[in-house]
Design a protein around this ligand. Sequence first.
Ligand SMILES: [Zn+2]
Ligand SMILES: [Zn+2]
Ligand SMILES: [Zn+2]
Length: 114
Amino acid sequence: MPPRPPKPCRKPGCRKLTSEPGGFCAEHLALVEQAQIQRRRAFDQRRTGAASRGYGQRWRELREQKLRQDPLCARCGRAAQMVHHRDENPRNNSLENLASLCRDCHERLHGRLR
Ligand SMILES: [Zn+2]
Ligand SMILES: [Zn+2]
Ligand SMILES: [Zn+2]
């Protein structure tokens, strides 16, 4: 089987070429794995805590799907923890309307952090 042609790393700003199946270079692949571990831990906490109430199962699945697809913050490239609705409409759950963001960028976007 011929090797896959290398593609640019999916991390914003990274110009390395990679043929890893996930689309990240070796350096950022580690970052993505770390993000996944963090997320799994947060998910376990949510499952046992009251924070799981208020969001439907469908949204949680969609959110996980989006974070699997885009594990890094769309703005700064750090590990993403939040999924943001670009049009600020929480009922518009089409994938094009969602953006993976880290906590800081998300808070900043909503003007809660300055
Ligand atoms: Zn990279
Ligand atoms: Zn960010
Ligand atoms: Zn948001």
